[in-house]
Design a protein around this ligand. Structure first.
Ligand SMILES: [Zn+2]
Length: 349
């Protein structure tokens, strides 16, 4: 456990501040390094007050208007989804599309990987974050897992799969209807590759699993540990990739082939609690990714996990929360300290 190092660097930034009568002002900054991949986040202790300005207030009337305008043309709504969406051929998916409860999974018309499926989650065209019930989320994840297993059966080299979600346009969604996406093939995406390399190096160096050690060290420290749903442990990430980031680690399950209904249910419960919390905090959009180790391999060095973040709120002329710092310098700004986030979220678990 002591093998995990939480490295941070504290620095000061000094200037003459017109908002304080042109007196000298000093802002405290903390650079935090991810213990696995060395990616960096900057925590600005003076930035919490700026959160409202950076993320804006959710314009619920605007969401309602966009929902109403887009509904008649939505291909994910119940009347159209069976008539207008693509299907898989029987060599990939014998049943052509996957259905679990209200969730229905079909191919993306514009794939970004060998396997790229879209899963419409509900018959309802728009959901508030509080309305993403554990069941809705679990059904969607279950449908994605069924597809992943089928795709892997069809092509065993497609071992790098991810389950992903964008909700609402500031988070990258082109369609308002709640949906998830499965992406993957035989080439791992950048972040997946880095996570695998870090996990494997850690395992070889320490003869232990990073993810298991991370749970132990965070549970012991109590600063960022949030709680448990089923076999999933939830933690506020020490060095986040996004705002209000929570990480869920799926104990003992290295990849999607080992996940079943109980893990889908536990994921659904955890995500639902986090989304309710985001709404209470005034957020309206989010992203998550569920990461799997390579399928069909023995991978004692990896446990599947999820990262979920809130994104910029919906309002007219909203400002993106992803700019040069994130896109080109690969560094995230942290407005809510992870310790404070964990403290608030603990009560919800
Ligand atoms: Zn719809």
């Amino acid at each position: 456990m002591e093998n995990i190092q939480f490295v941070s660097f504290k620095r000061k930034s000094k200037f003459i501040n017109p908002l304080k009568n042109f007196q000298e002002d000093v802002h405290l900054l903390e650079y935090r390094q991810d213990p696995l991949m060395s990616t960096m986040s900057i925590l600005g202790y003076n930035l919490a007050d700026k959160a409202k300005m950076l993320f804006g207030d959710t314009d619920h009337d605007l969401i309602e208007q966009v929902a109403q305008e887009s509904k008649p043309h939505c291909f994910m709504c119940p009347k159209k989804v069976n008539m207008t969406t693509p299907k898989y051929s029987s060599d990939i998916l014998p049943q052509e599309r996957v259905t679990v409860g209200e969730a229905i999974l079909f191919p993306n018309l514009f794939p970004l990987s060998e396997f790229h499926a879209v899963c419409a989650l509900t018959h309802t065209h728009y959901l508030n974050l509080r309305d993403f019930s554990p069941e809705i989320l679990a059904n969607g994840i279950q449908a994605c897992l069924k597809f992943v297993k089928s795709a892997f059966n069809a092509n065993s080299s497609a071992k790098y799969m991810t389950i992903n979600c964008n909700y609402l346009f500031p988070a990258g969604a082109s369609v308002i209807h709640p949906h998830m996406q499965v992406l993957g093939g035989d080439v791992p995406y950048t972040y997946l590759k880095n996570m695998f390399e870090g996990s494997l190096q850690y395992f070889e160096k320490n003869q232990s699993n990073f993810w298991n050690d991370l749970i132990s060290v965070e549970k012991k420290a109590k600063e960022r540990y949030i709680g448990k749903t089923g076999e999933i442990e939830w933690i506020a990430t020490f060095s986040p990739l996004g705002n209000n980031e929570v990480q869920g680690i799926i104990g003992e399950k290295s990849n999607f082939l080992g996940l079943s209904h109980s893990e889908a249910k536990a994921l659904g419960e955890g995500i639902s609690k986090i989304l309710k919390f985001y709404e209470e905090e005034g957020y309206s959009t989010f992203n998550f990714v569920i990461y799997s180790g390579p399928m069909g391999e023995t991978t004692d060095w990896f446990w599947s996990n999820i990262r979920i973040i809130s994104r910029a709120n919906v309002y007219k002329n909203y400002r993106t929360d992803d700019y040069f710092l994130q896109k080109l310098l690969g560094t995230e700004i942290v407005l809510t300290p992870p310790e404070k986030l964990a403290d608030k979220l603990k009560a919800k678990f």
